[in-house]
Design a protein around this ligand. Sequence first.
Ligand code: CDP
Ligand code: MG
Length: 376
Amino acid sequence: MAESDDRYCFIVEWYDAFAALVRRYQFLYYSKDKSVEMVDIKNHRMFLKRTKVDDIGLEDLYIGSTINLFSRQLTFVDYGDDFTKNRLTMKKEKTLGMIKPDAVSKMGSILDLIYASGMKITKLKMCHLNRNEAFEFYQEHQGKPFLDNLLSYITSGPVIAFELMGEGTVGRWRELLGPTDSAVARKENPTSIRARFGKDKTMNACHGSDGVATAARELEFFFPSVGPSRKNTAKFDDCTCCIIKPHAVLGGKAGRIINAITEAGFEISMLQMFFMEKANAEEFYEVYKGVVQEYNAMVNELTSGPSIAMEIRAQNAPVAFREMVGPADPEIARHLRPRTLRALFGDDKVKNAVHCTDLPEDALLEVEYFFKILDR
Ligand code: CDP
Ligand code: MG
């Protein structure tokens, strides 16, 4: 079947650090030949003439997404015309999912089920709600007899909130969750998440928004579009830094990688999805510049899509975790250390599945880079 020759139009923003201002563009995407054209909205001037961009697909373009185009990080803030809006609103439906405290230890398996279902995770963050926050989140249940119990449960430990995107995602995620009561779920939908990981009708492993409007409110709660971001759970002690690289996230391997990490006894005390800007990736990899031949390719990989940064805790975390990650080159890892993360999940020296802190003295700095500096 021939590709249709559709033209999609979005409004994007780029923060011009040099001029210290946000520039807005009309972003046109031609799906047939995967080309992009950009027009500066303020002065109506052509900013980028139609150019082929093979690594950008329509699936990367949705409200709230971030892409790196010629070293500029563009944020998609709105649809630019009715055709695009009508065509994509349904396809790019969003919902809020949350792994509740009782199931955080199962995060790898749950994320893996999501990836296996074909749904796309576009935001992800571990948080620990206090009672006021939990009350705000569950405001629709004010006056219900189970509210007090529910608030105690949801504040009893960290939760992992995420945004899912795709056609019919609200309903698809509710279907994957199964009935509210885990016991009922085991009878009626035994392969569902609540059947497999839930305990009873309160501790039921995961949350899902019940409609598009609720989803919008709940997404704004966890991922506010203005103002400070919700506080993360990083502890900044006995820790090291691990990043699941974009190729592994996009390849649907994140759940399995996380599973391998927790099964080996490491604690994941914080995790969050980031879309790294080139300047940040360069800064983060600074120590490798001029030392490692792959430096530029590493920067490109880290900015090529979503990555998941984690604070990993254990005794002697930097050294112990490095052991588990294995040699930088997955080919070598497969020969010498076949059970390491890179042997199991890496493709080549650049797409080697995960980054981990090299030197123990850098571990805290790297964790702070993500969870104190980038997560502002
Ligand atoms: O989460 P879901 O939309 O399936 O159910 P809900 O009716 O919106 O209730 C929200 C949450 O409250 C549930 O997921 C349970 O954790 C909890 N709940 C409870 O503890 N006891 C009930 N009888 C009903 C719900
Ligand atoms: Mg509900």
